[in-house]
Ligand binder design. Structure first.
Ligand SMILES: [Zn+2]
Length: 245
């Protein structure tokens, strides 16, 4: 993937961090949704200023959660002495670009799973903080929403389809079993296409029962996963992907 439309915001542990312009759009949209819609409906007694401060902070921590996810992949890559070229954050998450492909199935497995594991840890932390501060509505709302975001990030990324982390975990497991990277990639990508088809089917069923908004989203995700799996199969005949998403 090529990302030219991004701005450099600094380095973390020596890794340059780029933010894609699409992320600014998501930040504004999510801040508005939380400050003007979600928080006022669920917590009607706050002041306007509180809604906007908490809305922006929650949006910002969605960004921090995605960044920590990518740093999870990066830490695992660095552990295996694989340099991380840069991290790009964008509309559906981020990419930690690594200098070379893992040479062993075990390395591929740990690099892929480290991102979702970070989100599971964040979910546990925010979930505990929400229970601890259940009487302080602002902190409770902030922590509950971030716990929710992190469990969604963990579960979605673990779906076994390319280019999601779950697809790479599956690839690593098959590779570890059959010791053939090319064949493992094709099997994993085809399993990914089955999951993509299930998303599309689920979306179509949702639309038939009147849930058009969720249905369209599911079809879009399914279509995205199917295209990505098809690209992965095509690429396998040339070179192996070097991006951990
Ligand atoms: Zn990831």
């Amino acid at each position: 993937m090529v990302h030219k439309k991004s701005t450099y915001i600094g380095r973390v542990f020596g890794i340059p961090i780029d933010v894609d312009y699409s992320w600014y759009f998501i930040f504004i949209l999510l801040t508005w949704l939380l400050s003007a819609q979600y928080f006022p409906v669920h917590y009607p007694n706050w002041t306007n200023l509180t809604y906007w401060i908490l809305g922006s902070l929650t949006s910002l921590f969605l960004f921090v959660s995605v960044l920590l996810h990518e740093l999870g992949h990066s830490a695992a890559a660095k552990f295996f002495k694989i340099p991380v070229t840069k991290i790009t954050l964008m509309i559906f998450g981020g990419i930690a670009q690594i200098a070379r492909n893992p040479k062993k199935a075990g390395q591929e497995f740990w690099i892929a799973i480290s991102g979702p594991v970070v989100n599971l840890i964040l979910w546990a932390v925010f979930h505990s903080l929400a229970s601890l501060f259940s009487s302080v509505s602002g902190i409770y709302a902030f922590c509950t929403y971030l716990a929710y975001i992190n469990i969604v990030l963990a579960v979605f990324n673990l779906v076994p389809g390319f280019p999601l982390d779950g697809g790479k975990v599956l690839l690593a497991l098959i590779w570890g079993f059959n010791h053939n990277l090319k064949k493992a990639t094709i099997i994993a990508a085809n399993i990914g296409r089955i999951f993509a088809f299930l998303f599309i089917l689920w979306g179509a069923l949702s639309i038939t029962i009147g849930d058009i908004y969720d249905g369209l989203w599911l079809i879009f995700i399914g279509w995205f996963l199917d295209s990505a799996a098809a690209v992965e199969i095509h690429k396998t005949y040339q070179t192996h992907s070097n991006e951990a998403i």
